[in-house]
Design a protein around this ligand. Sequence first.
Ligand code: NAD
Length: 371
Amino acid sequence: MAAQKLLLLPGDGIGVEVLAEVRRIVAFIEQKGILSFEIDEDLVGGAAYDAHGVAITDAAMAKAKAADCILFGAVGGPKWDGVEYDQRPEAGLLRLRKELELFANLRPAICYPALADASALKRELVDGLDIVIVRELTGGVYFGSPKEITDLGNGQQRAVDTQVYETYEIERIAKVAFELARVRSGRVTSAEKRNVMKSGLLWNQVVTRTHGQGYEDVKLDHMLADALGMQLVRAPKQFDVIVTDNLFGDILSDVASMLTGSLGMLPSASLGAEDKTTGKRKALYEPVHGSAPDIAGKGLANPIAMIASLAMALKYSLGKPELADLLDKAIARTLDDGYRTGDIWTDGMSKVGTSEMGSAVLKKFETLVSA
Ligand code: NAD
């Protein structure tokens, strides 16, 4: 069995604490002989800045490029507020995304039945919710040029951002969505604003054409992005995979995240292009939350978003979808048993810290794997 190259980048604050819990699960998977790992670790964010004066070193970047998958904690914190812009902690993550060309951001919104009452919506609308938003991450209005504010000379200024997409960018993200739908329930909804935006028109046409080039087994629908926003809070369970551009994806995935209760529960994956020879994609897995300076170092952080990010890595990079399902099931059963970190705690539940929650999930996982 070829060893899987895993790079751990804990980062700052609770990133370090939640990744420690994942390390224990990885060790168990290896000890059971299910996968063999070649594990490396490096600094990123404020921790890298303190040690090396940069948010990520070239040596760590080289490890990231060679890795089969990267598990990333979180970066940032008030300690680095005064650091020069190019070396601020977030610059480490942006460099990884850019140089590894991680163009597809997958954000699942799963509502565990045990937590349905923590959602902003009624239980019946979200109980058992399981959708994924596939957001284009490296193009669109955040990167298009020109991007400027000019002085019009009459006391007025003019701000311009450019929404721009080329065919290949839409094709490759559409393919990720179709392939993802195939290992789920086989449905993709593509969202844009073709009624008012040329980029939306091209998006719609290219997604439709790509669908007809070998993905006909997947059911494709199109929806205007504003209508989809409304449907997402009206009847979210109608969706399976949603694919959309960088701007709409940013907004819609934040809306979807609130359907599930807490920031401490949300994993994500960022994927690059498929390597022609190995068939593998560059991939980085991270919780959606940040370094949570308010609770860092206290053992209070919820490790579930990080553990669920490992489950995504097992599914999409490490070729073990059944094991990923068992890990997700272990999380659900731990919640069913009433274990809660502070962020998801409600009356009558057992309040636990990071390592207790990690141990509880690991114990359930061990039982499920050995069954
Ligand atoms: P945050 O996600 O770190 O925290 C927001 C709130 O949610 C805090 O009250 C925090 O205690 C709570 N929270 C977050 N994750 C939790 C968890 N796993 N368990 C329990 N509670 C949790 O966002 P913020 O406070 O706006 O940002 C803090 C720092 O993190 C900033 O420097 C920001 O730039 C950085 N940040 C980094 C990333 C990343 O690394 N990808 C993402 C977002 C923010």
